[in-house]
Ligand binder design. Structure first.
Ligand code: XIL
Length: 442
């Protein structure tokens, strides 16, 4: 009899971690330990959210991972069930909007910290780690910004903002997204930098300035560069990954204090008859690891806006994409955290900002509007469960064919030296590239 693959099981709407979750619905006694549930028949009780040992955060912990979500602070204040869901499922959270400039700064000299403070307290009371998002972005700037900030004061405004905000929560933040989305190859600058108001007012140093200010304000937070559009195996992602790597290398060469890279991971659902390989992002992560940096999956959601079929089929396509992507990225030990951009479709930005043309609701996250599990929940959990086994063979950092810039000490090249100062990297032949753990074909 043909054994079904993980992807085929998900496509049928089956929980591929068969048996593993059943214990979650039972009292947490020793005899219901997950390992002993492996062979039992999986019973999904509709309407029950796997708690305790069945939660995403528990499975993530077993895989040496933090797992969590972006959080809507308004919902957190108002909705007790949502608060419970966040506390049960997340070991790490991030403010979806509450720590952005527009939220914190109603007027040039006024800071409004009520929501951010609430979130920091909530995280601490529930023993949840908190990411800070974000200190520098070209979006979510307050409306007064354009009339108030100019070349003469921009750097001071930026460093004071960072000192005030990161300083206020110093010691209480797991990691800060110091700079968000600074690369855009479509802007056609040789350095790949996006043409933003920060670049225009401060110059290309703004990234370095921000990271140094963040380190000074909160020496214990992991300082992160966060980016989107670098996940897929296509030309646009390839180009952008190359420019992000060059930016990271320039930063490392100048000893800019950076600890981690955030890969946002807003993905379209792959059609059910295809499977995403995500080879490019796997190699990107290996390169980032070789630079000594950690990796966080910071904003994952999977949009089914282009998927045909009924809601069940669409949910399965979303789950299969979670599965494919997470199996690839989690095989690298540099990846330390996985956050989705929300927990439930009813709070997802995609339903407001990138809705389906037929206006039916997107379900891009592990829970539905009733906070019931979707197939994506089980896909995430199964990917966490498979992590330790796949970690035994982490992909090696390949020589990066997109990296013509290798910083060298200035003294190395003498004027009469015939050898080129910069050695061209030799791309590894495809056959020596590490095999990525993709869907089993059997
Ligand atoms: C989004 C929020 O989810 C929306 O509510 C808001 O209107 C716009 O910003 N990349 C990021 C996030 O880094 O901050 C964005 O969040 C989603 C894309």
């Amino acid at each position: 009899m043909k054994r079904l693959t993980r992807r085929e099981l998900l496509a049928m709407g089956r929980d591929v971690s068969a048996g593993l979750a059943a214990g979650a619905l039972l009292p947490l006694t020793g005899c219901h330990h997950r390992m002993e549930q492996q062979s039992s028949t999986r019973v999904i009780v509709p309407g029950l959210t796997p708690l305790g040992e069945g939660s995403l955060k528990a499975h993530a912990l077993d895989a040496n991972l933090l797992s969590g979500s972006a959080v809507d602070v308004h919902a957190l204040r108002m909705d007790g069930r949502y608060r419970g869901l966040v506390a049960e499922q997340c070991s790490i959270i991030v403010a979806e909007n509450a720590m952005k400039w527009a939220a914190l700064r109603p007027a040039p000299d006024v800071f409004e910290f009520a929501d951010a403070d609430y979130l920091v307290d909530f995280a601490e009371k529930n023993d949840i780690k908190l990411r800070g998002h974000n200190l520098v972005w070209h979006l979510a700037l307050p409306s007064w910004f354009k009339d108030t900030v100019f070349k003469g004061n921009a750097q001071k405004m930026l460093t004071e903002h960072i000192a005030t905000v990161a300083g206020r929560y110093a010691g209480r933040i797991h990691s800060w997204d110091v700079v968000n989305e600074a690369i855009d190859v479509n802007d056609q600058r040789p350095d790949g930098l996006r043409k933003t108001v920060w670049l225009e007012l401060i110059g290309e140093d703004y990234i370095e300035v921000a990271f140094r200010a963040a380190r000074q304000a909160d020496p214990s937070a992991l300082l992160t560069y966060n980016e989107y559009g670098i996940e897929r195996d296509n030309y646009a992602s390839d180009q952008k990954r190359a420019q992000v790597l060059l930016l990271l290398r320039r930063m490392k060469a100048r000893n800019v204090p950076i600890d981690a890279v955030g890969i946002q991971s807003h993905l379209p659902a792959e059609a059910l008859n295809t499977s995403g390989n995500y080879l490019g992002v796997a190699h990107f992560i290996a390169e980032v690891r070789a630079m000594g940096l950690q990796v966080f999956i910071t904003e994952m959601d999977v949009s089914d806006s282009a998927i045909q079929g009924d809601q069940r089929e669409r949910n399965r396509a979303v789950a299969a994409t979670y599965s494919d992507y997470l199996h690839v990225v989690l095989a690298d030990p540099a990846v330390k955290a996985v956050l989705t951009w929300g927990l439930s479709g009813s709070h997802s930005w995609l339903n407001h900002e990138q809705p389906r043309v037929d206006h039916s609701a997107l379900q891009p996250l592990p829970f539905d509007g009733e906070y019931k599990t979707l197939p994506a929940f089980f896909a995430m959990r199964e990917a966490f469960d498979g992590r330790l086994a796949s970690l035994k063979n982490p992909p090696a950092a390949a020589v990066d064919p997109w990296a013509p810039f290798t910083p060298r000490p200035k003294t190395a090249a003498k004027p009469d030296d015939k050898t080129p100062a910069v050695k061209k990297p030799v791309p590894a032949p495809a056959s020596t590239l590490p095999a990525m753990p993709t869907t089993q074909k059997n």
